[in-house]
Design a protein around this ligand. Structure first.
Ligand SMILES: *[C@@H]1O[C@H](CO)[C@@H](O)[C@H](O)[C@H]1NC(C)=O
Ligand SMILES: *[C@@H]1O[C@H](CO)[C@@H](O)[C@H](O)[C@H]1NC(C)=O
Ligand SMILES: *[C@@H]1O[C@H](CO)[C@@H](O)[C@H](O)[C@H]1NC(C)=O
Length: 598
């Protein structure tokens, strides 16, 4: 529940943010604004994979040579070799020495070169790539024509010699910067060699030369960006860390207070004392307390292990150890620990933890089984029904979700999240007024809870009531400030910033201020950073944006979120590189002017 509002909007937010600043946003601008893709072709139609289609030679622009035969009508290579103008070696291959070349007039050079190229084309069609290379090389000795480099690069591509593809296409592009065929071919080779950044640069250039109209290039670009990002994330050292206190707080907040449920108290010793202290830290819900609780739980587990007289306490310590591993996004260890706990002495809560672990990996049936086991153990356990409701909510069964949230509320009237979820469901079902009433009821019951106005604000924002939403976020932030617990932390600040920056660009400064505060308030909030990064991009403070995206990648716990954050960083870096390229920048400016965006 908690972050869904943002997760949902994250991509949209960054994309629109990028669209605003001219050159920086060019790629996103095109990718978002262009829905149509034309079918006309111009790129890569001489790629080796496209075969020797009859179509491809029809649009030959470059057959200046007076006597140059049309490669299309020409049959086997022998027809060309009958009377070559140029000297050949013993193998029948062209043999252009500098002595020979120096004696030729410019016109002769041109005509020889054209014939060499045509002969190369014939060899290429016959898949004699090495031979074709010899012809193109000879042609290049007489004339540095980008087409000859392009042709030779096609041979290297067919031979999977990507280093040479890159060399030749680079030479061609140097002579003809908008040579799209070569740019695409080079991008392909860069991708194969895993030089993803270079591939992305070329692909972005292609989208620019294509007037931002080529959807298939866009798809390749997305694919390369993803590969590149995955590679970066893979290379990062894996550190398991707890999420923001706001996330942990709402996790434990949805469970009933342990109270005096089991036999540990402040006078306990050893493992029992560690557990008692850990629970106190969890209950306090402070920013720093959770890391300490984590350490204490581990100490409790070690101290209690093998102590037969404290079996029950050990099982509970394992439950908590499992929950912390789960929060650190280590579901495998979490599952091991919870099974161990269940095998010693199960509580309903242990089954609920396992259900959450299963639901997290979309094993909903397994999760339902766990809930059934929990219910069998204690049909009135307050811990079961809120989470069962969540599972139904997640799988789109609102009616069942509502039934369970109601039961959760009656069994544990202190669970503020049950009230919030019930109000949200009412809203989702289209009963706005009733939802308002439910939020009001919840506010009366929990007058100091920052959660309620925060989520109420999200509902109002969803409804389009910007002013109402902002008021709620303000109330939430104020309540959070007064609270000694962490609760929602920076969420209302982030929410408010998002709403106002979507509302009007003029309020960007205000949004920036809020998000800067949010980052300070919750240093573990990846959301605060990613949101601030978007503002920085709008302000064209590109380097700050990159740093923030990278930080949020480190803070994110799921691989998918990490990949997303790093791909924002890398896309931004790419835009920076494009911006530093005068030719491309000029082209973008021209396009933006044509489209009326400037
Ligand atoms: C778009 O790019 C692809 C290469 O991926 C190319 O085959 C196609 O012809 C291009 N289309 C246009 C309209 O440029
Ligand atoms: C060589 O270049 C010409 C002109 O672009 C093209 O028509 C021809 O198909 C190319 N041949 C090869 C093998 O790439
Ligand atoms: C935990 O126990 C369940 C039920 O017995 C089993 O299906 C699952 O594979 C176990 N998981 C681990 C990680 O041992």
């Amino acid at each position: 529940m908690s972050d869904s509002f943002f997760i949902k909007n994250k991509t949209a937010i960054i994309v629109t943010a990028l669209a605003v600043s001219s050159a920086v946003g060019a790629y996103w601008f095109y990718s978002q604004s262009q829905a149509t893709s034309s079918t006309s072709r111009d790129l890569g139609d001489d790629s080796p994979t496209s075969g020797s289609s009859s179509k491809k030679n029809k649009k030959k622009k470059k057959s200046k040579g007076p006597s140059s035969p049309d490669p299309e009508s020409s049959s086997p290579s022998s027809t060309h070799k009958k009377s070559p103008q140029y000297p050949v070696n013993s193998k029948g291959l062209p043999d252009i020495t500098s002595d020979v070349a120096d004696k030729l007039s410019e016109q002769e050079k041109e005509s020889w070169a054209v014939q060499l190229k045509e002969d190369g084309n014939t060899e290429f069609k016959n898949k004699k790539y090495e031979t074709a290379i010899a012809y193109y090389t000879a042609a290049l000795q007489l004339k540095e024509d980008p087409i000859y480099y392009s042709n030779r690069s096609a041979c290297y591509a067919a031979l999977d010699d990507h280093e040479n593809v890159i060399k030749d296409t680079t030479a061609a592009i140097k002579l003809k910067p908008d040579y799209t065929k070569c740019i695409l071919r080079r991008a392909t080779s860069y991708e194969i060699l895993e030089r993803y950044e270079d591939a992305m640069f070329d692909l972005t250039a292609l989208t620019i030369y294509g007037g931002f109209s080529n959807k298939s290039v866009e798809q390749i670009l997305e694919r390369v960006l993803r590969k590149h990002s995955i590679k970066i994330v893979d290379q990062k050292e894996k550190v398991l860390a707890l999420p923001s206190a706001a996330t942990i707080g709402s996790f434990f907040g949805a469970f009933a207070d342990e109270g005096e449920l089991f036999g540990v108290d402040e006078n306990s010793e050893g493992g029992g004392k560690f557990l008692y202290d850990a629970l106190a830290k969890i209950k306090a819900n402070t920013r720093e307390g959770y890391d300490e609780a984590d350490t204490l739980i581990n100490q409790a587990v070690s101290a209690l292990e093998g102590d037969a007289s404290k079996k029950d306490t050990y099982a509970i310590a394992l439950e908590y150890a499992s929950a912390f591993q789960f929060l650190k996004n280590d579901p495998t260890t979490a599952a091991d620990l919870i099974n161990k706990s269940i095998s010693i002495q199960p509580r309903p809560r242990a089954y609920v933890y396992r259900a959450l672990i299963n639901a997290d990996k979309s094993s909903y049936e397994e999760a339902m089984k766990d809930f059934a086991l929990a219910e069998k153990l204690d049909p009135n356990s307050p811990d079961i029904f809120y989470h069962l409701g969540q599972l139904h909510y997640l799988t789109g069964n609102l009616a069942n979700a509502e039934t369970n949230f109601k039961k959760a509320k009656s069994l544990n009237p202190e669970n503020v999240y049950a009230y919030i979820q019930l109000a949200c469901i009412t809203y989702k079902n289209g009963h706005q007024q009733e939802a308002d009433e439910k939020f009001t009821e919840a506010k009366l019951k929990f007058p100091t809870s920052p959660e309620i106005p925060n989520y109420y604000g999200e509902i109002l924002a969803d409804k389009g009531d910007v002013d109402g939403a902002i008021r709620q976020f303000d109330v939430s932030a104020r309540l959070q400030e007064k609270l000694d617990r962490f609760s929602v932390g920076a969420l209302p600040l982030i929410n408010k910033a998002t709403v106002i920056s979507r509302e009007s660009l003029e309020r960007m400064g205000e949004a920036e201020e809020l998000l800067t505060k949010a980052c300070a308030l919750d240093p573990k909030s990846e959301l605060a950073r990613i949101s601030l990064a978007q503002i920085k991009l709008q302000k064209d403070e590109v380097d700050d944006a990159i740093t923030l995206f990278e930080e949020s990648c480190d803070l994110a716990r799921s691989i998918e979120e990490k990949i997303q954050a790093i791909s924002f960083a890398e896309a931004t870096k790419m835009q920076k590189r494009i911006k530093n390229d005068p030719v491309l920048t000029a082209k973008i400016t021209e396009l933006m002017r044509q489209s009326g965006a400037l």
